[in-house]
Design a protein around this ligand. Structure first.
Ligand SMILES: Cc1cc2nc3c(=O)[nH]c(=O)nc-3n(C[C@H](O)[C@H](O)[C@H](O)COP(=O)(O)OP(=O)(O)OC[C@H]3O[C@@H](n4cnc5c(N)ncnc54)[C@H](O)[C@@H]3O)c2cc1C
Length: 329
């Protein structure tokens, strides 16, 4: 073994995938460092209520869940370092090792890496959108759909995710508007057919969301969620007729895409066209990438079904597979 290698495992990312991997590494006495990134705790920290993570009969706040996971990791003695990874290099001397370069310039040497950098919802970029996340605005129908039983909602987008979300939401909501800026969907024929045949879904073609309006239209900066403010309506613009109209809705589901945080791995690790990391070439469930010693888990891998429990499960698998791999060195 090369004595200069400081860590057995560097985990990049501190969402459910990274923190679960850290717990399993700590329990196996693997010398581990977690790099938290710009968003310690990951995506779940911005959602007020998580209703579908097992073990919480009354739901749990997303921030609380992630801070508890972080405490659990720290209690096992794993160091969580603030900072962002800029680059990863593979060293091939007599023993394979990796250099993880931080934006600060610091370089960490490690025998293995677990990439758990997640993904980010592509939001519309409209004023008040971010403030209303969890208060009517959502980037995840699977996560938040149930909060809108018998309500009126809108889905923005025209791909598979948007069509799947609209069909899913129509099962328990009163009405679903689909807002798409073009005159046809990009989704698969099968997903489009389900939408076209669903009487609860009304499609607004050539339409774009121009404004997101809360229930209390106090001007910024007095806009305050603590007063019970939530989504009330959106303004739609028809890009063919230039007409504008107001839609009164309870929920707005943004389904225009996801960006996996994997750019720093380009040229080293094999990625899909859409940026997700390719894993499991030899074994379907495996978390190993094309580079031996680099494993990946969570939303940075998954094109579909982005859920905390899946990310946590894959984080566990990545740690266990990494440990078996280290034992074989
Ligand atoms: C608004 C919202 C509500 C949601 N609600 C639910 C829900 O109710 N139930 C559910 O199961 N799922 C929900 N999800 C989905 C869930 O949050 C994700 O599936 C899950 O967080 C993915 O976990 P992850 O660990 O793969 O990545 P993430 O949670 O995205 O974490 C990624 C981590 O990587 C770090 N990182 C990124 N790039 C770098 C870098 N270069 N260097 C170092 N660190 C880096 C980030 O700082 C972050 O800590 C929701 C998502 C959103 C956006």
């Amino acid at each position: 073994m090369n004595e200069n290698i400081k860590y057995d495992s560097v985990i990049i990312g501190s969402g459910p995938a990274g923190l679960t991997a850290a717990i399993y590494n700590a329990r196996a006495d693997i010398k581990t460092m977690v790099i938290a990134g710009n968003h310690p705790g990951g995506q779940l920290t911005i959602t007020p209520m998580v209703d579908n993570y097992p073990g919480f009969p009354n739901g749990v706040g997303g921030f609380k869940l992630m801070m508890d996971m972080q405490t659990q990791v720290k209690n096992f003695g794993v160091e969580i370092r603030q900072g962002v990874v800029k680059n990863v290099r593979c060293q091939m001397s007599n023993v394979r090792s990796f250099e993880v370069e931080m934006e600060s310039g610091e370089i960490l040497e490690t025998k293995s890496i677990i990439v758990a950098t997640g993904a980010a919802v592509k939001w519309l970029g409209l004023p008040k959108e971010k403030e209303l996340i969890g208060h009517g605005v959502s980037g995840c129908a699977t996560c938040d759909g149930m909060f809108f039983r018998d309500k009126t909602v809108a889905v923005v987008g025209g791909g598979d995710t948007a069509c799947e979300d609209a069909s899913f939401l129509s099962k328990f909501t009163k009405k679903v508007y689909m807002i798409h800026r073009r005159e046809e969907f990009r989704a698969s024929v099968a997903e489009q057919k389900k939408v076209f045949e669903n009487s609860k879904i009304e499609i607004l073609w050539s339409s774009e969301v121009k404004e997101i309006n809360p229930s209390k239209s106090t001007p910024d900066p007095s806009f305050d969620l603590k007063e019970g403010n939530k989504l009330n309506s959106i303004k739609i613009f028809n890009n063919k007729t230039n007409e504008e109209k107001i839609l009164e809705i309870d929920g707005l589901f943004v389904a225009v895409g996801y960006s996996p945080a994997t750019k720093f791995l380009e040229g080293l690790v094999e990625l899909r066209e859409t940026g997700q990391i390719i894993t499991g070439k030899n074994e379907i469930l495996s978390t190993m990438t094309n580079i031996e010693g680099i494993f990946a888990a969570g939303d940075c891998v998954n094109e579909h079904h982005r859920q905390a429990i899946i990310a946590a499960g894959q984080g566990c698998l990545a740690a266990l597979e990494m440990q078996s791999w280290l034992n074989r060195l």
